[in-house]
Write a protein of this length. Sequence first.
Lengths: 265, 313, 295
Amino acid sequence: MTALLSVSDLRKAYSGVHALDSVSFEVAAGSITGLIGPNGSGKSTAIDCISGFQKLDGGKVVLAGTDITGKPAHLIARAGLMRTFQTVRIYERLSLRDNLAIAAQQFDQATWIDEFFRTRRYRDAVEQSEQRAAELVDLIGLRKYYEIETGILSYGQKKLVALAAALMPHPRIVVLDEPVAGVNPSRIREIEVALQQLNRAGETFLIVEHNVEFITNLCHQVIVLEQGRKLTEGTAAAIHTDARVLEAYLGMTPEMAEAEMRGAA
Amino acid sequence: MKLLLALLGALAFAALPLVTSSNYIIGVGISALIFTVAAAALNLVYGFTGLLSFAQLGFWGIGGYATTLTVMTFGGNFWLGVVYAALLNAALALVIGYPILRTNRHAFVISTLTFALLVALIARDWVTLTRGPLGIPNIPRPQAFGFAFETTPSFYWVAWAFSVATIGFLYALCSSRIGRTLIAIKQNEPLVRAQGISPMPYKLASFAIGAAITGAAGGVFAFHLRVIDPGFLDFYYMQTFLIIVIIGGAGSFWGVIAAGIALSALPEALRFSADFRMIIYGVILVAAMFVMPTGVAGWLRERKIARMRQALQ
Amino acid sequence: MTIDAVYLLQLTLNGIALGLLYALIAVGLSLIFGVMEIINFAHGELLMLGAFAMCFALPVMGLLYWPAMATAIVATMLAGFVIYEGLLVRLKPDEFERSILITLGLSIIIIHVMQYLFTATPRMVDSQYGFDGVEIGAIRITWTRVIGAAAAVAAFAGLYLVLRYTQFGRAMRAIAQNRDAALMVGIRPRVVARNAVILAAGLCGLAGAAISPIQLVTPYMGQFLIFKAFALVIIGGLGNIPGAVVAAIGLGLVESWIGGFFEIAWQEAAVFVIMIAVLFLRPDGLFKRGGMRVG
């Protein structure tokens, strides 16, 4: 598999403190890649820098052969990188339908002139967007809320709306910032299944998450950050038994982790 | 349904000069129409895009002076004057909009306010152009195809046609994808950016269109008053537009239109003294911000959502 | 035009006196913004109330300047207390637009109630100092201006000490710098915000009292000054107190110099032109906001 997103030597400092100290990694096309690390390890800063929401001090970000380093957020999105946010962001006072339609509108060819004259191009664009929205709404199981303001949904449902919105324009890669944090545990499994289904259909994901089980179940490749540096990288299974990761991330030794897992089982 | 009602309302308004011969009542009708247009423009900028702009007052004044001066000084006619007023305001809004939209929202509000005051100062002090505090009296009524809109009822139709056209335009804009995007920017700007949309052109466009329409409305209003002086830039106008938008419900298109008609007619009907009217306005503004901060339309909408929520449980 | 050194010095001194009065208003605005993140549109009306209080207190006190000024300050502080407990206390942080509309409504009410009660006729205020002045060589400045400036300087010194060394000043700075952290260490934002509003109102009352013998007192006097103060707060950087002071004194000087040589229109327009220029070059104001630093 080739690298769809390649990040090299990413650097960012806040008043002297290195939030990111020369971080490099790649996300393979068609993969689900996890980005984990303890609080303050630089995960969120990394994806903010990649997606253009923070200025980076140095390094290079390449998406599908295009250099997107330091571009404004909306241009990075147009290049095919869609993201969600840690504290869920949706348009709470618009219907689910509008939430999804807005997410796609920058990516069709229809201009406001097309809209004014209701040209074929406009009608096609709207039809395609509606179709995609219908698919996604079924996938996240929120069909009955389609015409209703999203503000009334539960927190977990809002996260699903944000996920669906990010998927609307068929992006090259979707970056999810803590997709299951604060979500009712019974729903996490649903999200897992949905992401796997989307991935089988060819979607690439980069996921930042605290929930180790979720990451282990889902990810092909996992990157571990600690204090702004890349600690290690490998398959989910390899990471799970890596002593350094366990110590840095969970603060325990491999034996303790094993004991815990046995206890849980 | 709403459109049908709006159409019926517009037609009913067109009939006002047929049911009354009182120039006073027709004059109140003209003010109501023009204030409603200006409030709808402010609603586009504040209600939809979320930019609390006091610059509307400046645009209103520039529009009034530009239209008047086109006729009185530069030998043009009223119709051209209104178009010039709109174009001049749009251009100005782009020029000042760009730097102040880059600042934070706190600075934006204050900058728009100071712009409005600067315009008022210029109107007072650039005597060679505006004749200063003396003002420009005896503004003639407009003409078209040999017909002079000399009487108040005939000018009423000019104001009516103007407001129906601009409100129609604003409605088309607000209910389009552009309008939807403006609401999205107001609600969650980072998300808009994450979805590939650059907020700046939308904000600038909204600010400039709002300025153009406010300016044109100011032009028509100056020809209704038939005199213009620095009092045209009194803060009273800004307060009126704001109160209409707040009471109607910022972001609710028809709510603001309805509030515009109701609120500009009411004080006239009750014949309050100027001071007393302002006190009432102030009390309404403060009370509305506490009792129903989203206006009448927002209040109705919240009740609807509460019902929906209950139905879903 | 020949520039006369004495005339220039006179303009400069007048400018500093004027700038200090602007600073009193702008600092109050900055203080409230720093602690509550709101802009108080009714701030100019506090100044007007201060001026009216001075205007009514002076004859009662037999034209004695200092007791009347103290009355004015106490009166505006009381008004600030009422405004905070009645209206502002209900605002949550980050309700900026709402705060503007509420205080704007309040400002409309205060102005028109005052006009209704006392009419719009401008009032002259006479004090024990009358129009006497101090003469240094060829320069002449009225006592009321000198005292106004001195009172302002004293007020700033007092403010500095309060912010720097008292418990309540430290609490205000803490909230301005990091709200969440301040809440965690047990600072009560309601008390701090109330104190900040009262303090800002007191500064405004002082400004109103000091200005009343110099300018005519009308219900609208606050509006003209407050708009300038808004611009100053923007120029100096929102929430930045020293920035506001520097910008205010700078503006006083610029206005005084321009007023000395050009038409008055330019003097009035200067502040707006400066503000637009500053925003073009530095969108965050001349002095970026770094919490509420006092030195």
